[in-house]
Write a protein that binds this ligand. Structure first.
Ligand SMILES: Nc1ncnc2c1ncn2[C@@H]1O[C@H](COP(=O)(O)OP(=O)(O)OP(=O)(O)O)[C@@H](O)[C@H]1O
Ligand SMILES: [Mg+2]
Length: 385
């Protein structure tokens, strides 16, 4: 299943979003245009849908409250709303629609509450709140039915789908220095701090098969690398270990704390692609990687998507990533900052982009160029010295 359409109002730097989404969707835009905020819409829904240790209040609190989320540019309208359409794939008819509106009491404790919650299944409305009980007891509107097992039975598959959303933004330093930092691991581990534990928990056969595939890919990206293995040290701690071609015999064995940033990120990226069939949100997978390798990421994502039928939503700044000839205009969502908030437009819906593509220009040059003009004049002033 995928999210095939998204409608949002007043979410952070977006006053409104109304866009179709593909199985593989790239988000492209200048710094602070809202790519991470866009991904956070899906993480928010996941957090709301969590029946254990989650829910709407927790999801709001983790983000500093509704006042932090609500678009600063939204003057009169106090409501934040999200609506998603779920379908088997981008071409199939919509199965589920989930929609919520959230407001904040304007006096007293300023609690956040649902202005509405709706679920539609195959065109039939199966939940509409506030219902009579909600009206009798407005406290009930501080929780969604989505997050409550006792109330979500009729749309459990949709709740499960939302709970399964994954996010990856591996920060190599956090993984490498995990012991020394001894920091708190953030819930759901967005930055890959316990990535090694995840590998360790995977059944051995699957783990071996995945690491073998990763090793094949790594041999191309890191030609000196010969073998990648999982091991536990004398304290039982999980590690990745690689053999490198080296001029001194036996000197080539290294653990993950010595891997390069790009090696670690590529390992985590491929592992995540191979793991599971639920939606995967990827932040700038190109980071630390050579552009030759980055150019191969889009086809890899395409294959992973096709095999598993899962949705991948990817933020990127990379020309190399978008240079793949197989990327369709509908797969690229351009985020264009405006004074009243960021606008989103699919590359396939933009007349200028379409025109240039039909003239044979590549997706990367056309798209990155079309989001650039507003930056360019300022960037050219960036002369610190
Ligand atoms: N409630 C809000 N209303 C308006 N703008 C907001 C709100 N919350 C955050 N922002 C703005 O959103 C911007 C950050 O967006 P985000 O981090 O999603 O950008 P990005 O496209 O991921 O950038 P980068 O490429 O640098 O990672 C910041 O400029 C921040 O001020
Ligand atoms: Mg970002």
């Amino acid at each position: 299943m995928i999210v095939k359409h998204l409608r949002v109002k007043n979410w952070r730097n977006f006053q409104s979003i109304d866009t179709a989404l593909q199985e593989r969707q790239f988000l492209v835009g200048p710094n602070a245009s809202g790519k991470s905020n866009f991904l956070d819409i899906f993480r928010f829904l996941r957090d709301v849908a969590k029946t254990e240790g989650g829910g709407m209040q927790k999801a709001l609190k983790d983000r500093g409250g509704l006042s932090k989320i609500r678009c600063f540019a939204a003057r009169k309208d106090p409501e934040v709303s999200i609506e998603i359409e779920l379908a088997k794939d981008a071409e199939s008819p919509t199965i589920w629609i989930y929609a919520i509106g959230i407001k904040q009491e304007n006096k007293g404790t300023r609690n956040s509450y649902l202005s509405y919650e709706k679920v539609t299944q195959n065109g039939k409305l199966i939940l509409e709140r506030p219902n009579t009980e909600d009206k009798k007891d407005p406290q009930r509107l501080t929780q969604t039915f989505l997050e409550q097992i006792g109330f979500n039975a009729e749309f459990r598959p949709m709740a499960k789908f939302l709970q399964s959303i994954n996010y990856l933004h591996l920060v190599p330093q956090l993984l490498r220095y995990a012991d020394r930092i001894q920091g708190r691991i953030i819930e759901d581990d967005p930055f890959g701090q316990s990535f090694l534990e995840r590998i360790a928990k995977t059944p051995e056969k699957t783990r071996r098969a995945r690491l073998k595939k990763i090793e094949e890919a790594l041999k191309i990206a890191v030609p000196q690398l010969q073998q990648l293995e999982f091991m536990r040290d004398s304290n039982g701690k999980p590690h990745l270990q690689a053999t490198y071609q080296h001029w001194r015999p036996k000197a080539g064995l290294q653990k993950e704390d010595q891997f390069s940033d790009g090696t670690l990120r590529l390992i985590a990226f491929i592992w995540s692609l191979l793991e599971g069939d639920s939606p995967l949100l990827l932040e700038e997978p190109e980071l630390s990687l050579n552009s030759g390798i980055v150019a191969q990421l889009a086809p890899l994502m395409y294959k992973a998507q096709r095999v598993k039928g899962r949705q991948l939503i990817i933020s990127t700044h990379s020309e190399a990533l978008l240079s793949d000839g197989g990327i369709d205009g509908a797969e690229v969502l351009m985020l264009v900052p405006k004074t009243e908030g960021t606008k989103t437009i699919l590359a396939s819906d933009d007349a200028d982009v379409r025109n240039l593509l039909s003239q044979g220009f590549g997706m990367s040059e056309v798209v990155l160029d079309s989001i650039k003009p507003e930056m360019v004049s300022k960037v050219s002033q960036l002369t610190l010295f």
